[in-house]
Design a protein around this ligand. Sequence first.
Ligand SMILES: [Fe+2]
Ligand SMILES: [Fe+2]
Length: 139
Amino acid sequence: MQPHIWRLEWDDSLSVGIPDVDKEHQGFILLINGLNQAIADRMDLAEIRERMQLILDDWEKHFAHEEELFRQWHYPDADEHAKKHEQVTQQLHTVMAEFSHASLGYEWISAGLKVKDTLIDHLLIEDMKYRDYFRSMPH
Ligand SMILES: [Fe+2]
Ligand SMILES: [Fe+2]
């Protein structure tokens, strides 16, 4: 029995209605599940760090993509959303810095949880705001 297994599952309530963006969000869910699996399986720290770095890199590309869409839509809350992206990026860098030298399993478990919560909060709270705007746009 492994006590710290959780998996995120995609469901349609997470869809923002833009297939490319949904695909990116689904990709993060896979990456985060992979990170958690690596932590639960107690893979070595280099492997875990690599997976975390992968998420960070993809995350930054994804944010740039969303911000580009906001410009195309003339989305009124674009600046506010971009600020949230900056905060999320900073939070992730902090998690990376805090745990990059950690050797205890539980510290990695808590790092994995922070990454998951940060992603899910952003998706559920912030990205849902532009979903509503996008839906209301004439297309
Ligand atoms: Fe997003
Ligand atoms: Fe976003």
